[in-house]
Design a protein around this ligand. Structure first.
Ligand code: FMN
Length: 187
C-alpha cells in the first residue's frame, strides 16, 4: 500500500511519529513522507529540522515532499492509497476544516481527498477542547476523514489539550481502509 505520512509542526511528537512510521515501513508499506513548510524548516528544542528530515528519508527511502508543487500530483496521478497526518496541528486542522489550502500538507490532503480515498488525522494540540474543538467537530462529519483515537493529554495542567494514540495507527488501518471510523474514538 502507498501511504503518505505528513508531519505538521507538533515537534514534541515527532519521535513517536517516526517510530510508528518506521513500523509501517517495516511491515512492507510504501511510505511517502511529507513535511509541512513549518516542520521542514524549524529547528526547535525537540531537534534540528535537518535531523528529522534525514530520519524520515532513511525510513521511507525517499526525500520528504515539502512544497505544494511536489504534492499536487497526489490527486491527478492517484499516488496514495491512504494519507496520514500525524501529528496534525491545531493550525492544519483549522485550515482543513475551512477549506484553506496554503501549505504542503493541506494541499496533499485536498489533492488526495478528491480521489475519494481515506485521510487519517492524529490530533496533537493544546487547544483541542477550546479553539480547535469546533474544527475537529467539523472534520468529524466529513466524508473520508477519520481520527486516530485521542485523549486529554494532561487534564490537570493542560485541560484543553488533546493527544492521539498514534502508536495504534498500524492496527487501525483495516478499519480506515474499509471507510469506518475506528472505535472507541475517545480514550
Ligand atoms: C516547539 C514548538 C512546538 C509546537 N507544538 C505544537 C503542538 O504540539 N500542536 C500544535 O497544534 N502546534 C504546535 N506548535 C505550533 C505550530 O508549529 C504552528 O501552529 C505552525 O504554524 C504549524 O504549521 P503546520 O500546521 O503547517 O505544520 C508548536 C510550535 C513550536 C515552535
Amino acid at each position: 500500500m502507498r501511504v503518505g505520512w505528513a508531519f505538521c509542526g507538533s515537534f514534541c511528537t515527532f519521535e513517536r511519529a517516526m517510530g510508528v512510521m518506521r513500523a509501517l515501513a517495516g511491515s512492507g508499506e510504501d511510505i511517502f513522507p511529507i513535511f509541512s513548510e513549518t516542520a521542514y524548516r524549524s529547528d526547535t528544542r525537540f531537534g534540528l529540522a535537518s535531523d528529522w528530515i534525514r530520519q524520515a528519508e532513511e525510513i521511507a527511502g525517499r526525500h520528504p515532499w515539502h512544497t505544494q508543487q511536489e504534492v499536487e500530483p497526489i490527486g491527478p496521478k492517484q499516488l496514495l492509497d491512504l494519507l496520514i497526518i500525524a501529528p496534525a496541528t491545531g493550525n492544519t486542522l483549522a485550515k482543513l476544516a475551512h477549506g484553506i489550502t496554503d501549505t504542503s500538507v493541506t494541499m496533499a490532503a485536498k489533492s488526495h481527498l478528491r480521489n475519494g480515498r481515506p485521510l487519517l488525522l492524529s490530533v496533537s494540540t493544546n487547544d483541542g477542547l477550546s479553539g480547535s474543538a469546533s474544527n475537529i467537530g467539523t472534520l468529524m462529519t466529513r466524508k473520508n476523514i477519520f481520527f486516530v483515537p485521542y485523549r486529554q493529554d494532561d487534564a490537570a495542567k493542560k485541560p484543553a489539550s488533546l493527544i492521539a494514540e498514534m502508536e495504534r495507527i498500524p492496527e487501525l488501518l483495516p478499519e480506515v481502509l474499509a471507510g469506518r471510523q475506528p472505535q472507541p474514538l475517545l480514550l
